[in-house]
Design a protein around this ligand. Sequence first.
Ligand code: FMN
Length: 162
Amino acid sequence: MSVAIVYLSGKGWVAERAAELSGLITDDVTLINLKDRSAGQVDLLAFDRVVILGAVRMGRFPGKLKRYCFKNEALLLKKKISFAYACLEEDEGKKNAYLLSAFPPSLVKGAFAKVWIGGRIRLSDYGWIQQKMLAPLVKDDVIEKKLSENIEVLAGMINEKL
Ligand SMILES: Cc1cc2nc3c(=O)[nH]c(=O)nc-3n(C[C@H](O)[C@H](O)[C@H](O)COP(=O)(O)O)c2cc1C
């Protein structure tokens, strides 16, 4: 059984979590970084399970990740899929709305897991305009909530072939 983790990271936190998840999965894992030009050439047919991983910015997931899911919807529907997503919002309703407004509803409803992994905003990752905007939210230059336990639960589900 092989697993693909398709991810898109803005400032690296999601990429770190993709590596963390991949390290916990006992089967073969392929990391598909949508920032790589070659990502579109990886054939999803080769995988039994696909994890979609991305972060919310201004209430939205990145267009590139959304387009990838719409383009591959039919193929993904034949796989066991799960979503892992980064955001700092705590409200369950809002988090669900982020997913449902971004991805094909068939995929969101059919996913065997939708796992919140927390998020990080580090002011030094951003230019001064964004830093000014983010400063009221971020004490001590960084805010981080890393839900490793949720990443472990997802890896466990994948390993147990649930
Ligand atoms: C400009 C900006 C906007 C964000 N907007 C939201 C948001 O609307 N809702 C939310 O829950 N988290 C929001 N976040 C938190 C991100 O989801 C979090 O920083 C995530 O870890 C970013 O991952 P990355 O380092 O891979 O880009 C925002 C972060 C930034 C920097």
